[in-house]
Design a protein around this ligand. Structure first.
Ligand code: ATP
Ligand code: MG
Length: 393
């Protein structure tokens, strides 16, 4: 039985003089995560957070709570722990109980006790506790002490009023607390790349709104549901996220009728950028995020990226720009978006477009083309006025 989850954050990012800002943000993000969990109480002491359970916590509940907490950016690791009074007999008894139930589930031949004491005025020191608990564990469970890479580590953190005992540590994703690095709009499609791009920017502390361009009926409602499902996966890490769906069909039909097919993909993209930039203004976002990777497809050559980016008034962040597809797929699998992304769905960018778009187009050509599209900006405004906005979590 456990009493609490120990929640550790990285200290590296705290050196920038923003310590309180980061910790308050982290606390708020953790609190958000606890809203969906019953019978818990979040506190912060000793340079970490503690999620206490007000009902008995067995292995299963400990795993659920650990997992929920460990999905928070800014954390390095979490451990289910027993919490007890800082008295030697009590500590040893609780540690023996934990070890016993751990050994019922795991095989071990070697172990060590690792004790740290923040309060030095207790009537026993770390050495003594290591030794006496170590002797008991060795005898009772027939284990050998091993200092390097033992199978079982019994960790004790002894503070003045209470002691934490833990045996397992689950890695958390690191990064910065979401919301500590401003807000950005991620252009979220149903593909493999953009959900990973969203995850990576959230990991660096970016609060995100997602924007999806929907070309109904050319792209089906199933395609939109897929994007919402992907947004939910991202929200598992990010926290609740606002998703905007922009009706894109009239713009695409207009462009199809008005411009050479070879420029369609880039013209769609530039339109997306302008709409996203306007939305960013409303949402006080400072950047756009896409899943582009250099040279991945014809529309992602350096020149074409430049031609598209020029239409945005904001920095366009491309966290995957130097990734091979395989590297993106590894993250997509890890965060649980891959299985959804590969479900078949239509892609609006291919709509009406040739299989071989212009790969050497220039921003200048696109500007000239757009100069002869009198209705384009009002169509973009209509798309903005008809955004469908919802929150996923
Ligand atoms: P993804 O896997 O993210 O779909 P992709 O490799 O298919 O990317 P493109 O289709 O060229 O590449 O799209 C490049 C980027 O443009 C996407 O990563 C995404 O950020 C944005 N994008 C493309 N289509 C849409 C859309 N319908 N709605 C929102 N953003 C889009
Ligand atoms: Mg795509």
């Amino acid at each position: 039985m456990f009493d609490a989850i120990l929640i550790r954050y990285g200290e590296l990012f705290l050196k920038k003089g923003n310590r309180n800002l980061f910790i308050n943000r982290l606390r708020e993000n953790l609190r958000q995560k606890t809203l969906g969990l019953d019978h818990v109480n979040l506190t912060g002491v000793h340079g970490r957070f503690i999620l206490e359970s007000t009902i008995p916590m067995d292995e299963e509940r400990a795993a659920t709570l650990s997992k929920a907490m460990a999905s928070t950016f800014g954390l390095v690791s979490v451990s289910p722990a027993a919490v007890c009074a800082s008295e030697r007999e009590v500590i040893e008894e609780r540690a023996m109980q934990l070890a016993e139930s751990w050994l019922a589930r795991n095989h071990a031949a070697t172990f060590k006790v690792a004790c740290s004491r923040s309060y030095k005025a207790l009537p026993f020191n770390s050495m003594e506790l290591n030794r006496s608990l170590g002797a008991k564990v060795a005898t009772r469970f027939n284990l050998a002490v091993k200092m390097t890479e033992p199978h079982l580590v019994i960790s004790l953190e002894v503070h003045r009023d209470r002691t934490f005992i833990f045996l397992d540590t689950m890695a958390a994703p690191g990064g910065l607390p979401v919301g500590s690095s401003g807000r950005a709009i991620v252009l979220l499609s149903g593909g493999i790349d953009s959900p990973v791009a969203a995850y990576m920017m959230a990991k660096r502390g970016c609060a995100l709104d997602a924007l999806y361009f929907h070309s109904y009926p050319y792209t089906s409602d199933a395609a939109r549901d897929k994007v919402l499902a992907l947004a939910r996966r991202v929200a598992y890490y990010h926290g609740p996220m606002t998703v905007h769906t922009a009706p894109f069909t009239p713009i695409q039909e207009y462009l199809r009728d008005m411009i050479p097919a070879e420029y369609l993909v880039l013209a769609y993209r530039r339109s997306m950028m302008r709409i996203a930039t306007a939305l960013a203004g409303r949402r006080k976002a400072g950047a756009l995020v896409t899943g582009e990777s250099l040279g991945q497809v014809a529309s992602q050559t350096m020149e074409n990226m430049g031609a598209v980016e020029e239409a945005s008034g904001l920095p366009v962040l491309r966290p995957l720009v130097g990734f091979d597809k395989e590297e993106t797929v590894i993250i997509a699998r890890k965060i649980g978006t891959f299985e959804l992304s590969i479900l078949p769905a239509d892609d609006c960018c291919q709509l009406f477009a040739p299989t071989h778009p212009a790969t050497k187009s220039k921003a200048q050509i696109l500007r000239q083309i757009e100069a002869h599209l009198p209705q384009l900006s009002s169509l973009e405004n209509i798309a903005l006025d008809n955004l469908v906005t919802e929150t996923v979590s």
